[in-house]
Design a protein around this ligand. Structure first.
Ligand SMILES: *[C@@H]1O[C@H](CO)[C@@H](O)[C@H](O)[C@H]1NC(C)=O
Ligand SMILES: *[C@@H]1O[C@H](CO)[C@@H](O)[C@H](O)[C@H]1NC(C)=O
Ligand SMILES: *[C@@H]1O[C@H](CO)[C@@H](O)[C@H](O)[C@H]1NC(C)=O
Ligand SMILES: *[C@@H]1O[C@H](CO)[C@@H](O)[C@H](O)[C@H]1NC(C)=O
Length: 378
């Protein structure tokens, strides 16, 4: 049982005929020049961690462990269930919502007669400051409000003294802690496997993604140290395989290495534009009444809403920013949908090239599991 079996299953899966893609050869190497070392699986054993695709895929577990608050103080971010602060609002921020576990009626017990021999978690990065372009836009928006508004409405007067101080691109401390928690969560969920091996970690090269991977390993290692049944020593600090996101690297964790995708139509933005005209007008009307003189456009309103999640995760404990309460639950649902349209039509099934981009990732995974060079499958 176990690893060689898993390898056989992966090879036979890859050899099934029902895909458009041709399978990896099971033996030898047709190219002639590549040598076949011991399989990746043999070298790294059974835990694979991958970080760095365009979407954050939340891995959800219901292993019975205590709901442990991550820090002292008043944080409501938990290892087990993720972010639970004012969830009627905070779970409706699209990709800006901090990780939270989605309630489900489907049990995640292992089916009778089965055994977990391999586990993988795929995530992007923890909570971060806005990207640089966005951060400049938010700062300019706040400046414009300050210089143009003549009269602040009842719940809006905090903005008068608000200073925009967010940085750009990198993880916040809250975001680092999320990945530490993710590592702990993963360890606990797959404890029986995890206590006997060191994880394999692969990451895209952007700083915040590498930093996320590092914090994840800290959480994993920490959970392992706390496990009396774990085998020691492990190989901590674990080596990271860092795949650059620059031109010239076929990084299967970065959508922008595909030129046709990068230069293609903005399918996400097009879908969002339609929805903006539907959900933003009543919000804009109210906000402009309360910020007399600001004359905020629809995109300004989206930016004003963006500031809520970014200010929230810039706070170590994740207390909700006052900007969050300028908008109602329905309005946050509209915002959630807006962000989802951008990702769905921009990067996943709603984009003509979205699903195809996953092929590279699967090919690489199969290659690693079988110890074969990656083949371009068509
Ligand atoms: C708002 O202020 C900026 C300067 O910060 C100015 O250029 C602009 O015309 C003003 N807009 C309105 C509507 O008053
Ligand atoms: C994340 O990792 C960095 C680098 O080791 C470390 O300085 C930081 O304290 C870690 N963050 C947390 C929340 O542990
Ligand atoms: C990337 O993939 C293309 C197409 O398969 C190939 O021609 C090229 O050599 C690859 N580049 C690298 C750095 O592996
Ligand atoms: C408000 O902004 C719009 C463009 O978004 C502009 O056409 C209009 O003239 C502005 N109104 C005032 C009073 O500045």
């Amino acid at each position: 049982m176990g690893l060689s079996n898993l390898k056989d299953r992966v090879v036979s899966f890859a050899n099934r005929e029902q895909f458009n893609y041709s399978a990896l050869p099971e033996h030898g190497n047709q190219g002639g020049s590549e040598t076949q070392g011991p399989s990746w699986l043999d070298r790294h054993k059974s835990i694979l961690r991958v970080t760095g695709v365009a979407l954050l895929l939340a891995v959800i577990g219901t292993v019975a462990v205590n709901l442990t608050a991550t820090r002292k103080g008043h944080s409501c971010d938990y290892v087990q269930t993720g972010f639970q602060c004012e969830k009627a609002i905070s779970h409706s921020w699209g990709q800006y919502s901090p990780f939270y576990s989605v309630p489900s009626d489907i049990p995640n017990d292992i089916p009778a007669g089965c055994e977990v021999t391999f586990a993988q978690v795929l995530s992007r990065h923890g909570a971060r400051d806005p990207t640089q372009g966005k951060s400049l836009a938010y700062a300019a928006l706040v400046d414009r409000i300050h210089s143009n508004v003549t009269d602040y409405g009842k719940h809006y007067d905090f903005i008068k003294n608000y200073k925009y101080t967010l940085g750009a691109d990198q993880l916040t401390v809250f975001g680092q802690q999320q990945l530490v928690n993710s590592g702990i969560h993963f360890y606990r969920r797959y404890e029986k496997l995890a206590r006997n091996v060191s994880p394999f970690v692969r990451t895209a090269g952007q700083q915040r993604v590498v930093d996320s991977a590092v914090n994840w390993t800290q959480g994993f290692h920490h959970a392992r140290l706390a496990d009396k049944l774990a085998k020691f020593p492990d190989a901590y600090p674990y080596d990271l395989v860092i795949l650059p996101e620059e031109e010239g690297f076929n990084n299967t964790l970065s959508p922008m290495t595909c030129t046709a995708f990068k230069e293609g139509p903005d399918t996400g933005g097009d879908a969002q534009a339609i929805w903006v005209d539907t959900f933003v007008p009543p919000i804009a009307e109210r906000v402009n009444k309360n910020l007399a003189g600001a004359n905020l456009s629809y995109s300004d309103i989206i930016h004003l809403m963006d500031i809520c999640p970014f200010e929230t995760v810039a706070n170590t404990d994740g207390h909700l920013s006052p900007f969050c309460h300028l908008f109602g639950e329905d309005e946050w649902n509209g915002f959630d949908y807006y962000q989802t349209l951008g990702k769905w039509y921009g990067y996943t099934n709603g984009s003509p090239l979205g699903p195809t981009q996953g092929v590279g990732f699967v090919n690489e995974l199969i290659a690693r599991l079988t110890g074969q060079p990656v083949r371009a499958l068509r």
